[in-house]
Design a protein around this ligand. Structure first.
Ligand code: ADP
Ligand code: MG
Length: 264
């Protein structure tokens, strides 16, 4: 029998491939250029399930653009973004949401003239109920879920309040709630505590630490105290490239990071 037609694994000619690690998100060689300017330049990083990853770096480093690429708002020039093994660079923005990726932008996009309850209600995914036409069961299911999310985001007592009367921080939490109600497995937040009080920042850290069972969070943030409170690992971007990566302690003591970012 001719051994050369057998798969290598059967002949023992080559070592078995290393087991594929189960990253929730694997970004490899990600690049985008705007008129020849590479805003993101050969970026690779890997996010584990149940991980909070924080991306830090100076203004213009390419942080927001990385989130734009992952959520499909911007198309990559090169590289790959695998989410649960599925290539995202070929999918539309809505297909990426459907796949389980939620994204919060820097400015809140809630409906000021609706109540907190209504804002959460309109974000509840349609057509997912197993009860079909039995609307009263569906209504109960939606109500339970809204109450559950409202207590997570510290707004259980504000459900009947119009969103315009919430504080800036509460509006940010409401928007996080509007994403959570869709149960994304990857939640991406761009500077979620900007403009928040110290107390609100601490509560936001609590919130993020509570929601990561069964999901990962990718956060861009400048507030180093907040980063310390939430980050499992930190990725530092600078001029479109990964400058450093690791635990908060490791990144904070990296001379290159101190030079371009933390030293200022
Ligand atoms: P960060 O979020 O780290 O502050 P950004 O990702 O917003 O940085 O921007 C990175 C660089 O890419 C900046 O120089 C910015 O001006 C540029 N940039 C971002 N989006 C576009 C775009 N759509 N067209 C042209 N340049 C862009
Ligand atoms: Mg930004």
């Amino acid at each position: 029998m001719n051994a050369s037609i057998l798969p290598a694994a059967l002949t023992g000619a080559e070592p078995a491939p290393a087991p594929q690690q189960d990253f929730l998100l694997a970004v490899e060689g990600l690049t985008v250029s705007f008129d020849g300017f590479k805003a993101v330049n050969d970026v690779s990083f890997y996010v584990d399930p149940d991980e909070i990853r924080v991306i830090i770096g100076p203004n213009g480093a390419g942080k927001t653009t990385v989130l734009d690429l992952i959520c499909g708002r911007t198309k990559a020039s090169a590289g790959s973004i695998k989410y649960k093994g599925q290539e995202l660079t070929k999918l539309s923005e809505s297909a990426i949401v459907q796949a389980g990726v939620g994204r919060k932008f820097q400015t809140p996009s809630i409906y000021d003239d609706l109540t907190v309850f209504e804002n959460l209600e309109i974000s509840f995914p349609r057509g997912r109920s197993v009860f079909g036409a039995l609307t009263f069961k569906r209504d109960a299911e939606v109500r339970d879920r809204i109450e559950e999310i409202a207590s997570l985001i510290f707004l259980k007592d504000r459900l009947r309040e119009r969103a315009e009367f919430l504080s800036h921080g509460q509006k940010q939490w409401l928007e996080i709630g509007m994403l959570l109600i869709q149960d994304p497995e990857l939640l991406m937040l761009d500077e979620p505590v900007a403009g928040m009080s110290v107390g609100e920042r601490i509560k936001t850290a609590e919130l993020l630490n509570q929601i990561i069972k069964g999901r990962s969070v990718l956060v861009i943030e400048h507030d180093m105290k907040f980063v310390e409170d939430i980050a499992h690992r930190v990725t530092v971007l600078h001029q479109g490239k990964v400058l450093s990566e690791g635990s908060m302690e490791r990144v904070q003591s990296d001379p290159r990071v101190i030079e371009v970012y933390l030293g200022h």
